[in-house]
Design a protein around this ligand. Structure first.
Ligand code: NAD
Length: 327
């Protein structure tokens, strides 16, 4: 099988290159993202492999179909960046639904601990021998209420971690999991009662801007918000308004609405054109990271293994267990 691999970073090759050889696959690693103007690079390949900030529109699916490309291999769990409906009957979409939910949940807790206790600021201060504690006071998480939105694999890992911290856990999911020992509440109640809110639902038309002006108004003063799921779950303008009004104790964002083209790239020598991102950087209680919740050795290895197993199943007519279809 010949696979055209897009948005390649050096760390992708560490596992994909040797594992690909073991499977006997021919992988061409392109650094460029998957875009309308780069689709042509997939000519003569059996599959394309894309990441979270690549997008696959209906028009691009038609182009792939014409080129007889059989599959889109997503090396991610999320699939909001692919027009799944347009792909139906034309091209298979295979993803990696689970690689290490703990990697993302541990990172979400790391973000919460960092913004709450100002570890990001303390790190810089002490390196400058500024040992003052002024402005660095946080709150205990013990006995605080955390609201988990989305109780899938990552949400469940986050619930385990929060239980370990002695927090009271509330959850909202339109498909509650009766096997979980967690108190499900209505979304509104979660917003009203939580001291910490952590987002673990996928981005869909129903969840876009689930955090907006109205829902922010419902939240407690001093609430902590962590988003390791997808940027567009939050209406950034409403978030900035809330931050300006002092609504939030802290905000951790591993994802951002307009991250495409910015995240994963070194933009340190450029003038930042995204005014909302620049504004978010000015708040002392906001921590932004570059969509890296997944980034552990275990997760990267599992992503490579599962992605290539998806390709192997396709090549050998085995059941396609990770096929992504419309629910
Ligand atoms: P999952 O499919 O196991 O769970 C998602 C859960 O969200 C499901 O239980 C589903 O019922 C629920 N859900 C659906 N609609 C909802 C709604 N309107 N409100 C609340 N919950 C809703 O997915 P997962 O593996 O737990 O991943 C969750 C998300 O995390 C992914 O969709 C992806 O966007 C994101 N993610 C981020 C990173 C990262 O590096 N930051 C890595 C992997 C995944």
């Amino acid at each position: 099988m010949k696979i055209a691999f897009f948005s390649t970073k050096p760390y992708d090759k560490i596992w994909f290159e040797p594992m690909g050889k073991e499977y006997g696959f021919e992988i061409k690693f392109y650094e460029v993202p998957f875009r309308e103007e780069t689709v042509y690079l997939a000519k003569n390949f059996d599959a394309v492999c894309v990441f979270v900030n690549d997008y696959v529109t209906a028009a691009m699916i038609d182009m792939l179909y014409e080129m007889k490309v059989k599959a889109i291999l997503l090396r991610s769990a999320g699939f909001n960046h692919v027009d799944i409906k347009a792909a139906e009957d034309k091209i298979l979409v295979l993803r990696v639904p689970s690689y290490s939910p703990e990697a993302v949940a541990e990172f979400a807790m790391g973000m919460l601990l960092t913004v709450n206790r100002y570890i990001h600021k303390a790190y810089n201060r002490t390196r400058d021998f500024n040992m003052s504690l002024h402005g660095l006071m946080g709150v205990d998480l013990y006995h605080k209420t955390v609201g988990i939105i989305g109780t899938g694999k990552i949400g469940q890992a986050m619930i385990r971690i929060c239980n370990g911290f002695g927090m009271q856990v509330l959850a909202y999911d339109p498909y509650p999991n009766s096997k979980l020992d967690v108190e499900y509440v209505e979304l509104k109640d979660l917003f009203i009662k939580s001291d910490v809110i952590s987002l673990h639902c996928p981005l869909t038309s129903g969840t876009k801007h689930i955090i907006n002006k109205n829902t922010i108004e419902m939240m407690k003063e001093g609430v902590y918000l962590v988003n390791t799921s997808r940027g567009s779950l939050i209406d950034t303008d409403a978030l900035i308004d809330g931050l300006v009004q002092g609504k939030f104790g802290g905000v951790g964002l591993d994802v951002y609405e307009e991250e495409e083209g910015i995240f994963y790239e070194d933009k340190s020598n450029e003038i930042m054109q995204d005014e909302n991102l620049a504004r978010l950087m000015t708040f002392p209680n906001v921590l932004i990271t570059s969509h890296m919740g997944f980034f552990t050795k275990e997760a990267m290895q599992a992503i490579a293994k599962e992605t290539l197993e998806n390709a192997y199943a396709l090549e050998n007519g085995l059941p396609l267990v990770n096929r992504t279809e419309i629910r």
